[in-house]
Design a protein around this ligand. Sequence first.
Ligand SMILES: Cc1ncc(COP(=O)(O)O)c(C=O)c1O
Length: 378
Amino acid sequence: MIKKFFPVSKPFVNNSDIKNVIASMKLGWISSSGPIIKKFEMKFSKIVKKKYSITVTSGTAALDVAVKSLNLESNSEVLVPDFTIISNLNSILKNNLKPVLVDCDKIKWNMKVEDIKKKITKKTKAIMAVHIYGFPCEIDKIKKICAEKKLYLIEDAAEMLGHKYKGRKCGSFGDVSTFSFYANKNMTTGEGGMICTNSKKIYQNCYKYKNLSFGKKIRFKHDELGWNYRMTSIQAALGLSQIRKINKNISIKIKIGKIYYKYLKNNKNIYIQPPRIKNLDNSYWVVGILNKSKTQKLKLQKFLKNNGIETRDFFYPMHKQPLLKKHIFGKNNYKFPNSTFLSNNGFYLPSYYSLKEDEIKYICRKINSFYKFKDLIN
Ligand SMILES: Cc1ncc(COP(=O)(O)O)c(C=O)c1O
């Protein structure tokens, strides 16, 4: 008998996606100019409720361009979570700015607002707020701090497209906001990303920097560095079809997360985030669990792997990244107990759209049996 394998993620691509891509190719629009890209950007703006949307090749590219578009003076400080993906840190370093790391909280796994307040100096010019895994970060409080201190707000909503923070769309708060369309996101274009803003100046800058900084009057005369981060129309055609699925995809993820929660919440050896904390809903973009120690985590991961269940480690903290130590701080005495704890003890479980309740039960039963937790699942 072949044992079933449960990957952590699988994209949701159906026939209407395939038809849309073929139609765009038949029309002859395959590169980055033409009506398909424009239509995708316009539709996206409506969803995120921002005036301008700019397609790019990835969420990482979106961050590079978004940061550059603010034209901050070299060595200005940008606050960024310690518990996040390397793309955030990279975008700050690549633009000759100084990342200032902020610890996260242990419950919702997002930037701690008190830590943000402590880290602001005269050199701080922006806060990069990132929504991580399930719960949105406290973006209204962060926005208020930005307004008071006259800082730019860069909002990375790569993981939270379509989800809401207190009734307002994630990605609609930033002076500039970014998204990713990698295969595991709430919608995909294979690879891809988007930048959104209400500022015409930021829009014009983003458009310029993603497109080799071509000259306005003389096309091949360049006054600044730029990238070729142009999305293709083939990807945008997939995006136009996928964009219709965002709400459905989020509701499936939430349903999956709630089933996991139901079967794991009583197991005192692990922590799984609940569906709601105060007035915030969990989007369950991924379903993470925290173990009590790193040793237990590693043993459980191995046990699940042997049972055909793939897991993915949580992010590795930014303050421990070899590249950061070399380039920025040398020896540093900063402590990030919470992000270190999450990184050591956490991983996430399979949560793709076609995962069935029985399969989730099977995975939970395995986790509970590993911990010799009296299995209450019937
Ligand atoms: C919060 C966040 N920002 C940015 C990215 C980078 O996106 P991409 O993989 O499209 O470059 C990711 C990727 O998963 C992410 O989770």
